[in-house]
Design a protein around this ligand. Sequence first.
Ligand SMILES: [Zn+2]
Length: 454
Amino acid sequence: MAFVDSAKVFLSKHLPRNHLMLASTLALGLAVLVVLAPEDSAHGARINKPLPLDPSLENNVSATVATPEPPQTTDTESAFWTQMKVESGDNLSAMFTKVGLDAQDMYKVLNSTEEAQVLNKLYPGYQLSFHIPEPGTLAQLKVLKSPLDGYVFTLNNDNYVVEPIKRTAEVVPAFKEGVINDSLFMAGQRADIPAVSIMEMADIFGGVIDFILDPRQGDSFSILYEEKYLDGEFIGNGDIIAAQFTNQGKQYIAVRYENEAGDVGYFNPEGESMQKAFLRTPLDVFRISSNFNLNRKHPILNTIRAHKGTDYAAPRGTPVRATADGVVTWAARNGSFGKLVVIQHNGQFETKYAHLNDYGQGIKKGSRVKQGQVIGFVGTTGGSTGPHLHYEFVVNGVHKDPRTVLDQMPKAISIEPSEMQRFKAQTRDLLTRFLNHHDDSRLLSLSGTSDQKL
Ligand SMILES: [Zn+2]
């Protein structure tokens, strides 16, 4: 897959709005504990052992704070400012009334400039600051859509002039690590990692790890991500810079890289893209009922039969994602499959998603779908005793265990050979420190000079 395309797909998957959505899904779904496969419980005692932590790190995990800028106390008129945060249900005229201004004052601002239309589309979280040096006189109105972006309207000769507010956050790297005892979500919580970053990590490794089937007690991970500060105050989390997940003893490493054209993606240290042709799991949220097993007893037929797929037990309504780009060749009821979606992928691959409660928006025969696109929702239609997704992976008309097939796929080197030197130069040092360090202070200088030795 071309770097540009994969970067685009990646970016489209990581819009902030998506994050919030994913985060809430995560909170809901990951609260359901991962049910460990039976063979693992025997190993539990052996592998349920946290990584040896550098003792200096223990109380230091969230010690990455920005150097605060001097507080802005120079505004002697600050007493005349009134700040208000927009909450859902708020309206502009009520807010004006609250600060002692009337409808006339409001319309004067609203009609002043085109930018004032922002006031007609207030969203929860916006911040309005009124500067009223004498009762009934609105000298200035600041409208912040975010701490970094907004407008200030200033009274000037009985009219308002507008100036944009554009600020840049200070970005500070934060290093966190966790060990899985119960679920990825709980491990993230224990390590004080934002749920959004855990979800983003699961996304980054989505092509190499099935976060439903693969995690085991004792798996460990570490991430280096951005925290954003403005005037010394934390305002939010940014992207993951690097991540490491050790699954059943096998270590996966990903590092963010922006190429010369400005496209951003995640790669392993050899320059291979983390974005694969197939996602390892069709679900975001999970609880597994059975592994792929040709000899399992089917709960409905109650006979031994070839179970040609993987069953993912999950709450009804859980979104089901296309594991790869393709074309929908079936989206209708089909006997014991119930509501079924079949996707034809490049060449010889086909995936099937059965027992759906419903189809994704716009999903019908002939629809083109993108990897990760929601193509349906978990249900229990057809021959099924409870909500679950029955997922089949077909190669050249033959049912295969996707795990085995995907493991055997040839590795794609995704960084162009001509750019490899640039990639290595930008990532090697960072990765060395990331993988070896147990001290936040060293990472703080990651973006700085290279004279700091490990
Ligand atoms: Zn099944």
